[in-house]
Design a protein around this ligand. Sequence first.
Ligand SMILES: [Zn+2]
Length: 378
Amino acid sequence: MKKGEQFDHYGVKVRLQLNEDQLIQVKKTFVCRRFLYNHLLDKRSKAWGRRNESLNLKKQKEFLKNMKQAFPWLKEVDKFALENAVFDLDRAYQNFFEKRANYPVFKSKHKKQSYKTNQTNNNIVLSADFKQVKLPKLGWVACAGSENVLQRAKKQNHRISSATISEKAGVITCSLLFEKAKTQAAHPKTGQVGIDMGLTYLFIDSNGHKEPNPRYYGKAQKRLAKLQRKLASQQKSSHRYGKTKRKIAKLHVLIANQRKDLHHKLAKRITDDNQVVCVENLHIRGMVKNKRLAKHIQDAAWYQFRRFLTYKAERKGGQVLLVDRWTATSRVCSHCGKKKTLLNLNERKWICAACRTEHDRDINAAANILREGLKQIG
Ligand SMILES: [Zn+2]
C-alpha cells in the first residue's frame, strides 16, 4: 500500500527568525536547489529535443550523484533539498505529459524561493513552547505563529513528515507538513448545498445565502494602483524604485493573506454545516492562460477556495462534488428540470412556465449545481 493512502496531510506555516549564519545557509540552499533544478531541466530538455528521449527518475538520481562530484559545494547544503528538487522536476514533467500543466520552466532568482526537506531520525523537531524549530543544517531556529494549530497537532500526536522553507517579499517562512491517520468517521450533519461562485458576490448558495465580496480587496486595489503609478514615475534601478517595488510585493502578500483567512473561515462554515458540497468544476488550466490579470487573480482565488472546501470536507467525513459548469445553467428550473428557452442577462427573477415556481436567477443556478452534483452519488 502506498503511504499516502494511510495518512492525511496538512501544512502549518510558521515565520522563521534566522540568525546571520542560518540566513546565509538558507540562501545558499536556495541557490543550490535552483542551480540543480535548472541544470537538470536543461539536460532533460536537450535530451527530449534531440532524441525525444525522456530521462527517468532513476537516471536523474544518478545524475545528482555525478553533479555532487563535479560541484562539491552542493554537498554543503541539505541533501534532501537537492533530492526533492529532482522529484519536483520529475513531477513537473509528469504534469506536463498528463496535460495538467505547461512545459516546465527555469526557476528564476527573482521569484519566490523555496526548498523542501524531509523528516528522518527526528531532524525536524518543534520545541515544547513552539518558539523554536530544529531544521537540518540549520539547528534550532526561532519561529512564531500558528501556536494553536501546533498545540492541537502535538496533543493528537501528529507527526511532521517534511518542512518547506520559503522566502517571499523578504519574509522567510517554514511550512511544516503534518500527517495523521485517515479517519472514516461520517459527517455529523446531513446538509447538502450547491455553491455558485461569482463576481458580484463571492458566492451564492442553494439555500439563498449571498456572500458579499469583501471590501478590503477594493481598498487594497486602490493602494496598489497608487503604488504602481509611483513605480512608473521612478527611475529603474534607483534606490526608491526598489523600495516601491518591495512595498508592492508586501501589499500583494497582505491581500493574499486576507483572502486566505476569509476563504478558510467560509470553507469551515460551509463544511461544518453540510455533508455534501457541490461546486462548479472550473476549467482552471484554460483560465490561467487568460492574460487579464484581474481575472487571473479571481481564478486563482476560486481554485484556492475550492481546495479549502475539499480538504476540510474530507477531514470531517463529508465530500465535495464537482459539476461541469455548462450542465448546470441558470436557464433550467431547479424545481422541475424544464429549460427556459431564453433568459436575458437582466432578468434577475423569472417564473417557470411548467411548474410556476418563482426563481431568483443566481439562487436557481446554485440549486442546479446541487441537483447536478447529487446525480453523481445517486
Ligand atoms: Zn419548473
